[in-house]
Design a protein around this ligand. Structure first.
Ligand code: ATR
Length: 285
């Protein structure tokens, strides 16, 4: 691309930031859509995100992403915040508005978009979340926002599942049932959408899986693993072996970027371009 006097800048604030795949997403989209925009990584140290946001605004930066360790720390420095991001308490996308930035959580709206694109409609569905850490908690808010019927949160440590269930139920009014992971056989005999939100099975522990009973997987209509390295986790293999569709966290990564790009530029990114970006992400891993 040619950088000239009209080039707009977007970027990612993080520490570390060197391994990010986000420039691939945004620069590929900009190039294909013919936008005069460049996306760059910014190494911003913990505690400095407020200065970075102020500086970005004064430098006329169009949009920013925030990653570790800034996703919660950035919130006090926003002009506005989207309600879903506010409930979750984490922002990964800053959209320039008059006088500052508005914060969104496109990690979650991106996961929602990935589900839609894969034909998964959450409204009225029963959902199982495996895990009760930060990722699972955010997914619980998304599922509540998308009007899931009942959300079952299964976690090795029951107390954490209960804590997340209580918080999300209180803030959203959703019906959420916490359970110890070992009680999975007590789930109602129904078909579920299941999101694997633990770190079990993450490379290099490719052979690990959170549950290995085929009977569990036979109850799934679709299984989503937030892990994308390896691409085909043991969890996803078990889903497929037992008749459930599935996809991995690369689609969430892809669509968190696509949704951010759309918010920054007020455009809609087409399916063919999304597929081209996905191929680039797979190559780059
Ligand atoms: P993140 O922010 O990525 O969600 P986290 O907050 O550390 O990470 O949460 C990790 C999740 O993986 C938790 O649900 C954790 O279960 P516990 O709450 O019982 O610790 C789950 N997890 C990690 N290793 C696990 C293992 N070996 N077996 C079962 N669950 C595991």
């Amino acid at each position: 691309m040619t950088i000239d006097g009209k080039t707009r800048v977007c970027g990612l604030m993080g520490d570390p930031v060197e391994h990010t795949l986000s420039p691939i997403i945004h620069n590929t989209i900009a190039e294909h859509m013919g936008h005069n925009l460049v996306y760059v990584p910014f190494h911003v140290k913990k505690g400095q995100v407020g200065d970075a946001v102020k500086g970005a605004y004064e430098l006329n930066v169009l949009g920013m992403n925030a990653t570790v360790p800034h996703k919660s720390d950035v919130i006090p420095f926003l002009k506005e915040i989207d309600p879903l991001a506010e409930n979750i308490g984490a922002v990964n996308t800053l959209v320039r508005i008059d006088g500052g930035y508005k914060g969104y959580n496109t990690d979650m709206t991106g996961l929602g978009r990935a589900m839609e694109k894969e034909g998964v409609n959450i409204a009225g569905k029963d959902v199982i979340l495996l895990g009760a850490g930060g990722a699972a908690r955010a997914v619980a808010f998304l599922m509540a926002d998308r009007k899931a019927d009942t959300i079952f949160i299964l976690n090795r440590t029951y107390e954490k599942a209960k804590e997340v269930a209580d918080e999300v139920a209180l803030k959203t009014g959703a019906r959420i049932i916490p359970m110890p992971m070992s009680d999975y056989e007590k789930l109602p005999l129904k078909k579920f959408v299941c999101v694997q939100s633990t770190s079990v099975g993450l490379h290099p522990n490719d052979e690990d899986v959170i549950l290995d009973d085929p009977a569990f997987y036979q109850q799934l209509e679709v299984g989503i693993d937030l892990i994308y390295k390896p691409a085909e986790t043991k969890f996803l293999q078990l889903c497929r072996k037992n008749g459930a569709n599935g996809f991995n966290g690369l689609k969430m990564l892809l669509y968190q970027g696509v949704v951010a790009y759309e918010l920054w530029n007020d455009v809609s990114v087409g399916d063919e371009l999304c597929k081209a970006v996905e191929r680039k992400l797979i190559e780059a891993q």
